[in-house]
Design a binder for this molecule. Structure first.
Ligand code: MN
Ligand code: MN
Length: 296
């Protein structure tokens, strides 16, 4: 890998590790979700990175894709909280998550964390992604939970947060063989539910799909704003400026210029934990870019 590219991946990872470590302790009963999300995004910028996607704070049955709305009044209760953060430096992305459990289910948190460690142990050139999935599934079912089968880890490319290869959370018939220089996020989820998430009727995160003819001036202005500022990376409704944002968003959704990332959740009353790191495959193993430096 080009040394400048490697440096950017490492810088993004280092920033992310420090932001996660700083923000996780702020998650406590009574604290504001919006304040934590904004503090995380601000801390990324203060350290010289940019958010690669909105700070995701998903509670309990929600596995992914919740971020607070513009004036979100929510506060943390006795929730299982997934804090999932992305940082990019010149488009090179780090993606990592921790679960902060305020709900009294430490073993579910342990299950996803141990699954992540087990998968990272196996990463080297020649490993099949199916073997990573099998290790994840084994670790999580060993705790008596299920992995979320229809969520996966994913490759990371410049300004692309969801590239190939996909990293399954279960054994697969056929995977992909890893090679040196591959960059991807591994993200096991453990649940006491069915292990199958579906889309919730809640969307706070969107992404640019492509230029489409749009007549309405507010929609045109918004399309220009998001395509220039966020390129192909996801953005939050909360981040948008200007007039009639919700109307303009709807126009753009209808035209196909943007798409939604709805909240993904398990069955009612169920809980989900998550652990995630970003790795770069090296000649004889991997470098975990999102681990704090002194533990790398
Ligand atoms: Mn993530
Ligand atoms: Mn991810």
């Amino acid at each position: 890998m080009d040394s400048l590219i490697l440096e950017n991946y490492r810088k993004a990872g280092t920033i992310l590790a420090s932001v996660l470590a700083e923000m996780a302790p702020k998650i406590e009963v009574g604290a504001s979700l919006l304040e934590v999300a904004e503090a995380a995004e601000e801390a990324i910028r203060a350290r010289g990175g940019e958010p690669a996607f909105p700070c995701n704070i998903s509670l309990d049955r929600a596995a992914a894709h919740y971020t607070p709305g513009p004036e979100d009044p929510s506060i943390f209760g006795e929730n299982m909280v997934k804090l999932d953060i992305g940082v990019h430096v010149d488009g090179y992305i780090a993606d990592a998550a921790v679960t902060v459990d305020l709900s009294g289910h430490p073993e579910m948190v342990e299950a996803s964390r141990e699954a992540l460690d087990a998968a990272i142990e196996l990463v080297r050139p020649g490993t099949n992604t199916s073997d990573l999935g099998a290790a994840i599934e084994r670790a999580i079912t060993g705790y008596g939970f299920r992995p979320v089968y229809n969520l996966t880890g994913h490759g990371l490319e410049r300004y692309q947060a969801h590239a190939e290869p996909s990293i399954p959370n279960r054994a697969m018939e056929k995977g992909v063989v890893l090679k040196a220089g591959d960059v991807f996020a591994i993200e096991p989820f453990a649940t006491n539910g069915q292990g199958r998430i579906s889309e919730a009727p809640i969307t706070e995160i969107f992404g640019f799909s492509g230029r489409r003819p749009v007549r309405n001036p507010a929609a045109r202005a918004l399309l220009k704003e998001v395509s220039e500022l966020y390129k192909t990376l996801p953005f939050a409704r909360r981040w948008l400026k200007g007039e009639r944002v919700d109307f303009a968003l709807n126009q753009l959704l209808r035209s196909g210029a943007i798409h939604r990332y709805p909240v993904l959740w398990e069955g009612e009353g169920m809980l989900v934990s998550q652990a995630e790191h970003t790795v770069i495959v090296t000649e004889d193993g991997c470098e975990v870019t999102t681990r704090p430096r002194d533990q790398a």
